[in-house]
Design a protein around this ligand. Structure first.
Ligand code: GLN
Length: 481
């Protein structure tokens, strides 16, 4: 089997009976065992081989269908019955959920083989995967560098060929930014397209699950088996499944605000990508999203506020880490939470609690919500004139480990937050967006972000697929194979 298989390639291999699901799973497990990227928190060898056997039996009975026998990994934020779900936190280091997330169930119904759970920033808070209780993940293109975050384990595992695809979640960029840093494709669907049931909550008005894979075509295959209305998630949208769109001469907005302060070399790479899209018959149109500069501050107030309430449930009583021999109830709460959460999570809880407190609610939380509405309106106005929006996915390529970490009180945590300037606006607006590879700088991948109107994933993926038929950036791999 080729070392960096795509889902599409695996399906053809299985359909042609050139290899069995068990053989494919064994090959992926061997690559995982040989990897030192730290991209997995848990590897489920036995369960995976049993699932592969079931897939082989099913394929023998009724031919290949769905995602039968395709190995994937789940970000360790998706609940899996019988397998630990840690969120890369000491708080949940031994937590076994009593049920599967809807995404996990749907993909299992499609026949996937889950090989394990991937490393991440604790509770999905971060942009470098350095906030993990289980240690940082290395970027397969340069192991001194970060893979991005918070879905860093998923992105690194796909980029290194340990799995053809993985799930992730994106609250402010956690699928797109690691996809960009690792040279793979990642989709954040429209808020509400993919059920959040069983996805451990960070910021509920923003969290959205989605796929990371080696191509846009594979993102589409995965989305088909992840999306859909779910009565167990009250924010899940009852909309048509993603179809295929016509592609004739789209207008693609280039928002001028996204080029301010951008590394010239990234600007040149994105410009090239725009020229490729023009070559495919689309038009580039200058647009303005005037409130872009407010997106990051608004995001960090809103996301932290929601996190502070969501994380109140970890009290040492019902589940999660519990402090030893507490003196009384307050001591139990205090020590369980002090011991269970890492520094960044505590910072967000503090910031969020402050922003929601009686005296400051209007000054911070309400103001952030107003900005959110303006940012959303910017996009709605722009989409009155253009079909899609093209931007860089990140302001830099993958940075060195520890370069942006606020290791002590004197460190500046907002240096890391600035990594998210291009991804948080679409999150605040609830829009679907992809990051796909579009070039390299000094051997490190560059990602382009394409943003679509609400529920226009069909258009988004169609353009991404056309781009990938025209270019081979997505087919590059970090090792000689
Ligand atoms: N990097 C952003 C943060 O730290 C986004 C995280 C995410 O999308 N889960 O909040």
């Amino acid at each position: 089997m080729q070392p960096f298989p795509t889902i599409d390639g695996i399906r053809r291999t299985l359909a042609a009976k050139a290899a069995s699901a068990v053989e494919i799973t064994q090959a992926q497990l061997a690559r995982i065992a040989a990897s030192d990227l730290n991209s997995f928190v848990t590897v489920c060898e036995e369960d995976a081989l049993a699932a592969a056997q079931r897939a082989d039996a099913q394929i023998a009975r009724k031919g290949h269908a769905g995602l039968a026998g395709v190995p994937i990994a789940h970000k360790d934020v998706f609940c899996t019955a019988g397998v630990k779900t840690t969120c890369a936190s000491r708080m949940l280091a031994n937590f076994i959920a009593p049920y599967d997330a809807t995404v996990v169930t749907r993909l299992a119904d499609a026949g996937v083989v889950v090989v394990g759970k991937t490393n991440m920033d604790e509770f999905a808070m971060g942009s470098s995967n350095e906030n993990s209780h289980f240690g940082p993940v290395s970027n397969p293109w340069d192991t001194e560098r970060v893979p991005g975050g918070s879905s860093g384990g998923s992105a690194a595992a796909v980029a290194a060929g340990l799995v053809p695809a993985a799930t992730g979640t994106d609250t402010g960029g956690s699928i797109r930014q690691p996809a960009a840093f690792c040279g793979i494709s990642g989709l954040k669907p429209t808020y509400g397209r993919v059920s959040r049931h069983g996805m451990v909550a960070f910021a509920s008005s923003l969290d959205q699950g989605g796929p990371l894979a080696r191509s846009a075509a594979d993102l589409r295959l995965l989305l088909r088996h992840m999306e859909g209305h779910d009565p167990l998630d009250s924010t899940s949208a009852d909309v048509e499944p993603t179809g295929s769109a016509s592609l004739a001469g789209l207008s693609i907005g280039i928002p001028r605000e996204y080029w301010r302060g951008l590394d010239d070399r990234i600007a040149a790479v994105i410009d090239e990508a725009g020229a490729v899209l023009e070559g495919l018959g689309h038009r580039r149109v200058d647009v303005s999203l005037p409130h872009t500069a407010y997106a990051t501050p608004a995001y960090y107030v809103i996301a932290s506020a929601e996190a502070s309430t969501n994380l109140a449930r970890y009290d040492g009583v019902r589940y999660g880490h519990r402090a030893d021999s507490p003196a009384d109830l307050d001591d139990l709460y205090l020590r369980s939470r002090s011991e269970g959460f890492g520094a960044e999570v505590k910072r967000r809880i503090l910031v969020g609690t402050y922003a929601l407190s009686v005296g400051y609610y209007d000054a911070y939380y309400r103001k952030a919500q107003r900005l959110r509405r303006l940012i959303r309106q910017d996009f709605l106005d722009a989409f009155g004139a253009v079909d899609l929006i093209l931007t860089p996915a990140t302001p830099t390529t993958a940075f060195r480990k520890e370069a942006l970490q606020a290791v002590d009180e004197s460190g500046d945590p907002t240096a890391m937050y600035q990594q998210d300037i291009y991804t948080v606006p679409a999150s605040l607006a609830g829009l679907p967006a992809v990051s796909i590879p579009c070039g390299f700088i000094d051997g490190l991948p560059v990602g382009m972000q394409v943003i679509a109107p609400h529920f226009a994933e069909d258009r988004l993926l169609a353009v991404a697929e056309a781009f990938q038929r025209e270019t081979d950036w997505h087919a590059r791999t970090p090792e000689k194979s």
